[in-house]
Design a binder for this molecule. Structure first.
Ligand code: FAD
Length: 348
């Protein structure tokens, strides 16, 4: 490690202690199981530690990346030159029908805790992987519902660790898979969500239904060595559904929305089963890429480029990525250029 790097490490270690990891493989922290090392990695379990980690990185002049459950991420094969801070603030408390939640809490854990309190609302989202903070960042949702609708307020802090502030939901501009945080990056620490009274059994029934739908239709991404199924790492839908004003005769709309599903277009482009190296379009859903072995980020990018090109050529539409990319993107054209040159590795 160069000398300047080791002095940065010393400064971070002074601030963060033994929890600081170096050269931590990010593939261990994403549901895609892809990604090179982060120079530095720290899991912050309290607000104080998270704010301290941001401030320490700022003082050392290091870029930071805030990681939740890593379920909407494709990380570069070269990893990340900076400090990855995992939000591990997992507190969940209730006050009447409101939930006060640490943004590192697991989304499904929150839904189950709401069920135990007989509080209804979020169960539609059972099975969306990741943390509550990640869900708020991208306003995660399905079946025409999203987490933003249930949000009263969130507390955030700037990336340099300064200016902790609590803002109402309207400030966050929640929209389809979008929030203000994508344009005005800040770190979410805690949030307050509004639920309503419900019955435990009725809530559990919805949770079971949603989990079963996902079990049948989605890749089994969890690493459960004792489970009887093959693990299929993925980051979920790769592209966003089409904007509401985009129309196509005969197109099916994504359930509960006015948007044509990207998966339908990709299906009609014959994308199911397409493969570049170990990156493969899922056999049951043309908008999901799975890591069928040891896929690299570059292979995923190449495959995604092919899917985009097919959608552009057949439907004249530019698909927009829903999965976020972390790290240095390969030079423009590298992924696309690899397509014809590596035909041998492209199969359907
Ligand atoms: C099998 C599968 C199914 C999926 N189904 C759905 C679905 O139905 N609907 C849906 O919307 N999504 C779905 N997803 C995508 C993903 O689960 C969601 O986007 C999820 O909410 C991401 O949360 P995360 O904690 O994993 O975020 P990460 O992947 O860790 O991070 C995503 C982004 O959020 C930012 N972020 C994370 N935490 C914070 C924080 N505390 N403060 C500020 N920024 C933060 C990160 O910096 C990053 O930019 C699916 C994914 C998989 C693998």
């Amino acid at each position: 490690m160069p000398r300047s790097q080791s002095s940065i490490e010393d400064r971070l270690r002074d601030a963060l202690g033994d929890g600081l990891l170096t050269q931590e493989p990010l593939r261990h922290h994403t549901t895609f199981r892809i990604g090179g090392p982060a120079d530095f990695y720290f899991a912050a379990r309290t607000e104080e530690k998270l704010v301290g980690a941001l401030a320490a990185a700022h003082a050392a002049g290091l870029p930071v990346f805030l990681l939740g459950g890593g379920s909407n991420l494709l990380v570069s094969d070269d990893g990340f030159r900076g400090l990855v801070i995992r939000n591990a603030i997992e507190t969940i408390e209730f006050d009447g029908t409101a939930a006060h939640v640490g943004c590192g809490a697991d989304f499904l854990e929150l839904i189950c805790r709401c069920r135990d309190q007989e509080l209804s609302g979020l169960e539609f989202a059972a099975g969306i992987p990741g943390s509550v903070g990640g869900a708020l960042y991208g306003n995660a949702g399905c079946y025409g519902q999203d987490i933003g609708t249930f949000t009263i307020e969130c507390t955030n802090v700037a990336l340099d660790g300064r200016g902790v502030e609590t803002r109402p939901a309207s400030w966050y501009q929640f929209a389809y898979r979008d929030s203000r945080l994508k344009r005005d990056p800040r770190v979410l620490l805690t949030c307050m969500l509004q639920l309503r009274r419900g019955e435990r059994d009725a809530i559990q029934k919805v949770i079971d239904e949603k989990l079963e739908i996902r079990r049948v239709k989605h890749p089994q991404w969890r690493v459960e060595p004792t489970a009887g199924w093959r693990v299929e790492p993925t980051a979920g839908s790769y592209f966003k559904n089409l904007p509401p004003d985009w129309r196509m005769p005969g197109a099916k709309l994504s359930p509960g929305t006015h948007r044509v599903a990207a998966g339908q277009l990709l299906d009609e482009c014959g994308c199911r089963g397409l493969r570049v190296g170990d990156a493969m379009v899922f056999s049951k859903h043309a908008n999901i890429i799975v890591n069928a072995g040891r896929a690299s980020a570059l292979e995923v990018l190449e495959l995604a480029e092919i899917m985009k090109t097919r959608a552009r050529e057949k439907f004249g539409v530019e698909l927009e990525e829903e999965v976020m990319f972390l790290g240095e993107k390969p030079a423009p054209g590298r992924a696309a250029r690899a397509t014809p040159a590596r035909r041998g590795r492209l199969s359907a």
